[in-house]
Ligand binder design. Sequence first.
Ligand SMILES: [Zn+2]
Ligand SMILES: [Zn+2]
Length: 330
Amino acid sequence: MVLNSCQSIEQEPLKLTERKIPPLQHHQVLIEVNACGVCRTDLHTVEGEIIPPSLPIIPGHEVVGRIVKRGAKVHQKNIGDRVGVPWFYSSCGECSYCRQNRENLCSRARYTGFNVDGGYAEFMAAHEKSCYLLPDNYQDMEIAPLLCGGVVGYRAFRLSDIKPGQILGLYGFGSSAHIILQVAKFLQITTFVFTRSSPHRHQAELLGADWVGPPQQPPPELHHSAVVFTPAGESVPLALSNTRKGGIVSLGGIYMSDIPSFKYNLLWEERQVRSTANSTPQDVNDFLNFARTHKITSVVETFPLDSANQVLTKVKHSQLPAGAVLVMDD
Ligand SMILES: [Zn+2]
Ligand SMILES: [Zn+2]
């Protein structure tokens, strides 16, 4: 599905197009795509809230498939390997951020389905270093949402500096929070989930949240730290007001509406607010290793590739109860 010009999703800007299989550069592999998760960032790309540097582009950055061909200088991946391609595709490797393993902050970083063609397709060419071997204990559609919602959520979770035995607040309960709630449980962290949606509150309970409530309801006690996944800026002072002294409020979203002004008292006593930008290759490796040993339940619904416009329309209007994954025909 190719994006030729950014438009409102109701105009169906993604077009089903026949293309030749891309020729491989020396370090690239050709992936036969089996599944590709649908992320809200795809909607922002298609509608032009974030504009790809060049068009046409194929979106999709939760790509799961098998390697069917290798370039001449590929050494670390083999034909038949099942791999995933996440949002972070590559960085310059030379700047001060890259040299400190903070590739997520590199000004020349490139992103899958944004700077390079992504996984809303039957085949995708990718640099071997941009593909990651996937754990065997997941089906294709189960692992797809872990590649963006999971990886970026995991970075936000680690930036909250929460420790086993402590209480973590989760604000908003979309794809990332589904996954991070389970990570926290595996690590013996108590979880409080704040969400407006009553179906989401029900799902959080099913996945083992220790307390669930609407955002304005005070929790039974203050949490040590929090991760905010909702894009609503008013969640920030709210989360701070529920955070103990010295705690961190980590913001997991790429986009957030303006944060209302608040009394210094909420930040006083060494509380911190910090944002999360994308992810690094280390985050992907660490999170996939975690998922290898801790089976995470993905709540997903599958759709055919050619329904991408309709699925993104549902994402836009929050009409999907679960994560969406596009699956390719055999
Ligand atoms: Zn760099
Ligand atoms: Zn994403």
